[in-house]
Design a protein around this ligand. Structure first.
Ligand code: NAD
Length: 328
Protein backbone atom coordinates (compact mmCIF):
# COMPACT_ATOMS: atom_id res chain seq x y z
CA UNK A 1 0.00 0.00 0.00
CA UNK A 2 1.27 3.44 -0.85
CA UNK A 3 1.22 5.45 2.38
CA UNK A 4 1.25 8.84 0.66
CA UNK A 5 -2.07 10.58 1.20
CA UNK A 6 -3.26 8.06 3.79
CA UNK A 7 -3.78 8.53 7.53
CA UNK A 8 -1.98 6.46 10.16
CA UNK A 9 -3.07 6.25 13.78
CA UNK A 10 -0.24 5.30 16.12
CA UNK A 11 -0.80 4.55 19.79
CA UNK A 12 2.10 5.14 22.12
CA UNK A 13 3.08 7.51 19.32
CA UNK A 14 4.83 10.00 21.58
CA UNK A 15 7.71 7.75 22.56
CA UNK A 16 9.99 4.88 21.61
CA UNK A 17 8.84 2.47 18.91
CA UNK A 18 5.58 4.34 18.27
CA UNK A 19 7.32 7.69 17.79
CA UNK A 20 9.88 6.19 15.42
CA UNK A 21 7.08 4.65 13.37
CA UNK A 22 5.13 7.91 13.31
CA UNK A 23 8.24 9.72 12.10
CA UNK A 24 8.84 7.15 9.38
CA UNK A 25 5.24 7.12 8.10
CA UNK A 26 5.10 10.92 8.25
CA UNK A 27 8.33 11.16 6.25
CA UNK A 28 6.81 8.75 3.74
CA UNK A 29 3.83 11.07 3.24
CA UNK A 30 1.12 9.84 5.62
CA UNK A 31 -0.73 12.10 8.00
CA UNK A 32 -0.23 10.77 11.50
CA UNK A 33 -2.47 10.81 14.54
CA UNK A 34 -0.39 10.30 17.67
CA UNK A 35 -2.45 8.72 20.40
CA UNK A 36 -0.81 8.79 23.81
CA UNK A 37 -1.44 9.78 27.41
CA UNK A 38 -2.02 13.49 28.13
CA UNK A 39 1.24 13.75 30.07
CA UNK A 40 3.28 12.40 27.15
CA UNK A 41 5.41 14.42 24.75
CA UNK A 42 2.79 14.01 21.99
CA UNK A 43 2.08 17.72 21.51
CA UNK A 44 5.72 18.69 21.15
CA UNK A 45 6.42 15.77 18.83
CA UNK A 46 3.47 16.62 16.55
CA UNK A 47 4.66 20.24 16.45
CA UNK A 48 8.17 19.08 15.55
CA UNK A 49 6.87 16.97 12.67
CA UNK A 50 4.62 19.74 11.40
CA UNK A 51 7.50 22.21 11.53
CA UNK A 52 9.02 20.15 8.74
CA UNK A 53 12.17 19.03 10.50
CA UNK A 54 11.91 15.30 10.06
CA UNK A 55 14.80 14.55 12.38
CA UNK A 56 16.45 12.35 9.80
CA UNK A 57 19.96 13.63 9.47
CA UNK A 58 20.10 13.16 5.74
CA UNK A 59 16.81 14.87 5.03
CA UNK A 60 16.38 17.44 7.77
CA UNK A 61 17.33 20.33 5.51
CA UNK A 62 15.34 18.97 2.59
CA UNK A 63 12.44 18.37 4.94
CA UNK A 64 12.37 22.00 5.97
CA UNK A 65 12.16 23.13 2.37
CA UNK A 66 9.48 20.58 1.52
CA UNK A 67 5.93 21.82 1.33
CA UNK A 68 3.98 19.04 2.94
CA UNK A 69 0.38 18.07 2.45
CA UNK A 70 0.43 15.72 5.41
CA UNK A 71 -0.10 16.66 9.02
CA UNK A 72 0.71 15.34 12.47
CA UNK A 73 -1.93 15.60 15.16
CA UNK A 74 -1.70 14.63 18.81
CA UNK A 75 -4.85 13.24 20.42
CA UNK A 76 -4.42 12.58 24.14
CA UNK A 77 -6.19 9.36 24.97
CA UNK A 78 -5.98 6.27 27.12
CA UNK A 79 -6.21 3.22 24.87
CA UNK A 80 -8.48 1.47 27.36
CA UNK A 81 -11.11 4.23 27.17
CA UNK A 82 -13.77 3.64 24.51
CA UNK A 83 -14.85 7.27 24.10
CA UNK A 84 -11.32 8.64 24.00
CA UNK A 85 -10.21 6.11 21.39
CA UNK A 86 -13.33 6.81 19.31
CA UNK A 87 -12.43 10.52 19.42
CA UNK A 88 -8.92 9.67 18.18
CA UNK A 89 -10.34 7.56 15.34
CA UNK A 90 -12.71 10.42 14.43
CA UNK A 91 -9.76 12.82 14.37
CA UNK A 92 -7.95 10.45 12.01
CA UNK A 93 -10.95 10.10 9.70
CA UNK A 94 -11.26 13.90 9.56
CA UNK A 95 -7.76 14.04 8.03
CA UNK A 96 -8.41 11.52 5.24
CA UNK A 97 -8.74 7.77 4.69
CA UNK A 98 -7.58 5.89 7.79
CA UNK A 99 -5.56 2.99 6.37
CA UNK A 100 -2.83 2.30 8.92
CA UNK A 101 -3.00 1.58 12.65
CA UNK A 102 0.10 0.80 14.70
CA UNK A 103 -0.57 -0.24 18.28
CA UNK A 104 2.50 0.55 20.35
CA UNK A 105 0.98 1.78 23.63
CA UNK A 106 2.03 -0.56 26.39
CA UNK A 107 3.44 -0.97 29.85
CA UNK A 108 5.73 -3.62 31.24
CA UNK A 109 5.26 -3.51 34.98
CA UNK A 110 7.02 -6.63 36.29
CA UNK A 111 5.86 -8.66 39.26
CA UNK A 112 6.55 -12.11 40.62
CA UNK A 113 3.57 -14.16 41.81
CA UNK A 114 5.32 -14.54 45.14
CA UNK A 115 7.50 -11.48 45.42
CA UNK A 116 9.38 -9.80 48.23
CA UNK A 117 6.26 -7.95 49.29
CA UNK A 118 4.02 -11.01 49.21
CA UNK A 119 1.49 -12.25 46.67
CA UNK A 120 1.18 -10.17 43.50
CA UNK A 121 -1.90 -7.95 43.79
CA UNK A 122 -4.52 -8.93 41.23
CA UNK A 123 -4.87 -5.27 40.28
CA UNK A 124 -1.27 -5.22 39.12
CA UNK A 125 -1.85 -8.19 36.78
CA UNK A 126 -5.13 -6.71 35.55
CA UNK A 127 -3.63 -3.37 34.69
CA UNK A 128 -1.00 -4.81 32.37
CA UNK A 129 -3.64 -6.94 30.65
CA UNK A 130 -5.99 -3.96 30.35
CA UNK A 131 -3.49 -1.67 28.65
CA UNK A 132 -1.48 -4.14 26.55
CA UNK A 133 -4.27 -6.47 25.49
CA UNK A 134 -7.66 -4.83 26.01
CA UNK A 135 -6.28 -1.45 24.88
CA UNK A 136 -4.86 -3.00 21.71
CA UNK A 137 -8.18 -4.69 20.99
CA UNK A 138 -10.15 -1.51 21.74
CA UNK A 139 -8.14 0.48 19.20
CA UNK A 140 -8.24 -2.36 16.68
CA UNK A 141 -12.02 -2.75 16.76
CA UNK A 142 -12.84 0.98 16.53
CA UNK A 143 -10.24 1.65 13.85
CA UNK A 144 -11.36 -1.41 11.86
CA UNK A 145 -14.90 -0.01 11.73
CA UNK A 146 -13.58 3.27 10.28
CA UNK A 147 -11.29 1.48 7.82
CA UNK A 148 -14.07 -0.80 6.64
CA UNK A 149 -16.07 2.29 5.66
CA UNK A 150 -13.37 3.58 3.28
CA UNK A 151 -13.15 3.00 -0.46
CA UNK A 152 -10.57 0.30 -1.20
CA UNK A 153 -7.29 1.64 -2.50
CA UNK A 154 -5.58 -0.12 -5.36
CA UNK A 155 -1.90 -0.88 -5.53
CA UNK A 156 -0.08 -2.06 -8.58
CA UNK A 157 1.31 -5.16 -6.91
CA UNK A 158 -0.90 -5.78 -3.93
CA UNK A 159 -4.40 -5.46 -5.30
CA UNK A 160 -7.15 -3.49 -3.62
CA UNK A 161 -7.03 -3.13 0.15
CA UNK A 162 -8.53 -0.90 2.76
CA UNK A 163 -5.95 -0.93 5.48
CA UNK A 164 -3.51 -2.67 7.76
CA UNK A 165 -3.37 -2.98 11.53
CA UNK A 166 0.02 -3.62 13.11
CA UNK A 167 0.06 -4.76 16.72
CA UNK A 168 3.06 -4.98 19.02
CA UNK A 169 3.68 -8.11 21.04
CA UNK A 170 7.12 -8.98 22.40
CA UNK A 171 9.44 -11.95 22.45
CA UNK A 172 8.10 -12.32 26.01
CA UNK A 173 5.02 -13.78 24.30
CA UNK A 174 7.18 -16.86 23.66
CA UNK A 175 10.09 -16.65 26.15
CA UNK A 176 8.56 -14.89 29.16
CA UNK A 177 10.95 -14.47 32.06
CA UNK A 178 10.45 -14.82 35.78
CA UNK A 179 8.51 -11.77 36.91
CA UNK A 180 6.66 -11.41 33.61
CA UNK A 181 3.47 -13.46 34.00
CA UNK A 182 1.25 -10.46 33.28
CA UNK A 183 3.40 -8.98 30.54
CA UNK A 184 3.96 -12.33 28.79
CA UNK A 185 0.25 -13.18 29.05
CA UNK A 186 -0.75 -9.83 27.55
CA UNK A 187 1.73 -10.12 24.69
CA UNK A 188 0.96 -13.81 24.10
CA UNK A 189 -2.68 -12.85 23.70
CA UNK A 190 -1.83 -10.06 21.26
CA UNK A 191 0.04 -12.64 19.17
CA UNK A 192 -2.78 -15.17 19.50
CA UNK A 193 -5.49 -12.80 18.30
CA UNK A 194 -3.55 -11.87 15.16
CA UNK A 195 -4.81 -14.78 13.06
CA UNK A 196 -8.49 -14.65 14.04
CA UNK A 197 -8.52 -10.90 13.45
CA UNK A 198 -6.82 -11.28 10.08
CA UNK A 199 -9.24 -14.04 9.09
CA UNK A 200 -12.28 -12.02 10.04
CA UNK A 201 -11.14 -8.68 8.62
CA UNK A 202 -10.00 -10.25 5.32
CA UNK A 203 -13.48 -9.77 3.91
CA UNK A 204 -13.13 -6.05 4.64
CA UNK A 205 -9.73 -6.05 2.87
CA UNK A 206 -7.91 -5.22 6.11
CA UNK A 207 -4.73 -7.02 7.10
CA UNK A 208 -3.53 -7.65 10.66
CA UNK A 209 0.13 -8.32 11.43
CA UNK A 210 1.99 -8.37 14.76
CA UNK A 211 5.60 -7.49 15.45
CA UNK A 212 7.31 -9.19 18.42
CA UNK A 213 10.34 -7.04 19.24
CA UNK A 214 13.33 -8.28 21.21
CA UNK A 215 15.30 -5.69 23.19
CA UNK A 216 15.05 -2.18 21.81
CA UNK A 217 16.76 1.08 22.65
CA UNK A 218 13.75 3.12 23.75
CA UNK A 219 13.63 5.87 26.40
CA UNK A 220 13.40 3.28 29.12
CA UNK A 221 16.66 1.70 28.01
CA UNK A 222 18.30 5.08 27.65
CA UNK A 223 17.83 5.52 31.39
CA UNK A 224 20.16 2.59 32.08
CA UNK A 225 23.89 3.03 32.56
CA UNK A 226 25.85 2.34 29.39
CA UNK A 227 27.36 -0.78 30.95
CA UNK A 228 23.93 -2.23 31.59
CA UNK A 229 22.83 -1.44 28.04
CA UNK A 230 25.96 -3.10 26.69
CA UNK A 231 25.31 -6.15 28.85
CA UNK A 232 21.81 -6.46 27.42
CA UNK A 233 23.11 -5.95 23.90
CA UNK A 234 25.60 -8.79 24.35
CA UNK A 235 22.73 -11.21 24.91
CA UNK A 236 21.61 -10.67 21.32
CA UNK A 237 23.40 -13.19 19.05
CA UNK A 238 23.62 -11.00 15.98
CA UNK A 239 23.73 -8.07 15.67
CA UNK A 240 25.01 -8.02 19.22
CA UNK A 241 23.35 -4.81 20.36
CA UNK A 242 19.95 -3.39 21.23
CA UNK A 243 17.51 -2.90 18.39
CA UNK A 244 16.94 0.64 17.18
CA UNK A 245 13.45 2.11 17.06
CA UNK A 246 14.04 3.01 13.39
CA UNK A 247 14.47 -0.73 12.70
CA UNK A 248 11.03 -1.41 14.18
CA UNK A 249 9.66 1.45 12.04
CA UNK A 250 11.32 -0.01 8.96
CA UNK A 251 9.54 -3.33 9.49
CA UNK A 252 6.23 -1.55 10.10
CA UNK A 253 6.69 0.35 6.83
CA UNK A 254 7.46 -2.90 5.01
CA UNK A 255 4.36 -4.56 6.44
CA UNK A 256 2.27 -1.66 5.15
CA UNK A 257 3.89 -1.97 1.75
CA UNK A 258 3.73 -5.77 1.35
CA UNK A 259 0.16 -6.92 0.77
CA UNK A 260 1.05 -10.60 1.20
CA UNK A 261 1.98 -10.18 4.87
CA UNK A 262 -1.08 -11.03 6.92
CA UNK A 263 -2.13 -13.00 9.98
CA UNK A 264 1.42 -13.49 11.24
CA UNK A 265 3.57 -12.52 14.22
CA UNK A 266 7.10 -11.56 13.16
CA UNK A 267 9.96 -11.67 15.65
CA UNK A 268 12.34 -8.73 15.30
CA UNK A 269 15.02 -9.73 17.75
CA UNK A 270 18.51 -10.50 16.36
CA UNK A 271 17.83 -14.19 17.23
CA UNK A 272 17.63 -13.59 20.99
CA UNK A 273 15.87 -16.24 23.05
CA UNK A 274 15.31 -15.05 26.58
CA UNK A 275 16.29 -17.38 29.42
CA UNK A 276 14.21 -17.75 32.58
CA UNK A 277 16.32 -15.00 34.14
CA UNK A 278 18.84 -12.55 32.82
CA UNK A 279 22.51 -13.34 33.35
CA UNK A 280 23.96 -11.99 36.62
CA UNK A 281 24.30 -8.25 36.76
CA UNK A 282 27.76 -6.77 36.26
CA UNK A 283 29.42 -5.91 39.55
CA UNK A 284 31.00 -2.60 40.27
CA UNK A 285 34.80 -2.61 40.34
CA UNK A 286 36.19 -3.08 43.85
CA UNK A 287 37.19 0.55 44.31
CA UNK A 288 33.61 1.79 43.95
CA UNK A 289 32.11 -0.76 46.35
CA UNK A 290 31.22 0.77 49.66
CA UNK A 291 31.61 -1.25 52.86
CA UNK A 292 28.29 -2.42 54.19
CA UNK A 293 26.48 -2.28 50.84
CA UNK A 294 24.21 -5.17 50.05
CA UNK A 295 25.15 -7.08 46.89
CA UNK A 296 22.06 -5.59 45.21
CA UNK A 297 23.08 -2.03 46.00
CA UNK A 298 26.60 -2.64 44.76
CA UNK A 299 25.56 -3.35 41.20
CA UNK A 300 25.89 -0.77 38.52
CA UNK A 301 22.20 -0.73 37.91
CA UNK A 302 21.99 -3.48 35.36
CA UNK A 303 18.58 -5.04 35.15
CA UNK A 304 17.67 -8.10 37.09
CA UNK A 305 15.13 -9.03 34.52
CA UNK A 306 16.12 -8.05 31.00
CA UNK A 307 13.86 -6.62 28.38
CA UNK A 308 11.45 -7.13 26.92
CA UNK A 309 10.11 -6.02 30.21
CA UNK A 310 11.27 -3.12 32.29
CA UNK A 311 14.60 -3.52 33.99
CA UNK A 312 14.11 -3.59 37.72
CA UNK A 313 16.75 -0.94 38.26
CA UNK A 314 14.96 1.69 36.18
CA UNK A 315 11.37 0.85 36.85
CA UNK A 316 9.44 3.50 38.66
CA UNK A 317 5.81 2.94 39.28
CA UNK A 318 4.47 1.51 36.08
CA UNK A 319 7.51 1.21 33.91
CA UNK A 320 6.35 1.89 30.37
CA UNK A 321 3.28 3.70 31.68
CA UNK A 322 5.46 6.60 32.73
CA UNK A 323 4.87 8.15 29.34
CA UNK A 324 7.20 9.66 26.81
CA UNK A 325 10.50 10.89 28.10
CA UNK A 326 11.50 12.93 25.13
CA UNK A 327 13.84 10.38 23.59
CA UNK A 328 12.60 9.10 20.32
N1 NAD B 1 11.48 -1.44 23.94
C1 NAD B 1 11.54 -2.76 23.92
O1 NAD B 1 12.60 -3.36 24.08
C2 NAD B 1 10.29 -3.56 23.68
C3 NAD B 1 10.42 -4.94 23.52
C4 NAD B 1 9.29 -5.70 23.27
C5 NAD B 1 8.05 -5.11 23.18
N2 NAD B 1 7.94 -3.77 23.35
C6 NAD B 1 6.60 -3.19 23.23
O2 NAD B 1 6.63 -2.11 22.32
C7 NAD B 1 5.66 -1.14 22.69
C8 NAD B 1 6.32 0.22 22.74
O3 NAD B 1 7.32 0.18 23.75
P1 NAD B 1 8.43 1.31 23.90
O4 NAD B 1 9.68 0.62 24.30
O5 NAD B 1 8.41 2.18 22.72
O6 NAD B 1 7.90 2.03 25.21
P2 NAD B 1 7.73 3.57 25.55
O7 NAD B 1 7.48 3.61 27.01
O8 NAD B 1 8.83 4.37 24.97
O9 NAD B 1 6.37 3.95 24.78
C9 NAD B 1 5.12 3.46 25.19
C10 NAD B 1 4.14 4.59 25.08
O10 NAD B 1 2.84 4.06 25.42
C11 NAD B 1 2.16 5.07 26.11
N3 NAD B 1 1.09 4.50 26.92
C12 NAD B 1 1.19 3.73 28.03
N4 NAD B 1 -0.01 3.43 28.51
C13 NAD B 1 -0.91 4.02 27.69
C14 NAD B 1 -2.32 4.08 27.66
N5 NAD B 1 -3.07 3.48 28.59
N6 NAD B 1 -2.92 4.77 26.68
C15 NAD B 1 -2.18 5.41 25.73
N7 NAD B 1 -0.85 5.38 25.70
C16 NAD B 1 -0.21 4.70 26.67
C17 NAD B 1 3.22 5.74 26.97
O11 NAD B 1 2.81 7.03 27.39
C18 NAD B 1 4.41 5.76 26.01
O12 NAD B 1 4.47 6.97 25.30
C19 NAD B 1 5.08 -1.60 24.02
O13 NAD B 1 3.84 -2.25 23.76
C20 NAD B 1 6.09 -2.61 24.53
O14 NAD B 1 5.47 -3.60 25.31
C21 NAD B 1 9.03 -2.97 23.59
Amino acid sequence: MDVKGTVALITGGASGLGAATARRLFDDGASVVLVDLPASAGDAFAAELNAGGTGRAESAEAGKALKRDNKAVFVPADVTDEAQVQAAVDAAVALGPLRIVVNCAGIGTPGKVLGRDGVLPLESFNRVIQINLVGTFNVTRLAAAAMAATEPAGTELGGPERGVIINTASVAAFDGQIGQPAYAASKGAVAAMTLPLARELARSLIRVVTIAPGIFETPMMAGLPQEAQDSLGRQVPHPSRLGRPAEYAKLAAHIVDNAMLNGETIRLDGAIRMGPKSPPRPRAPRHVRRPGCTPRARTLGAPKSAFPGPPVSVRAGEGWARGGRGGR
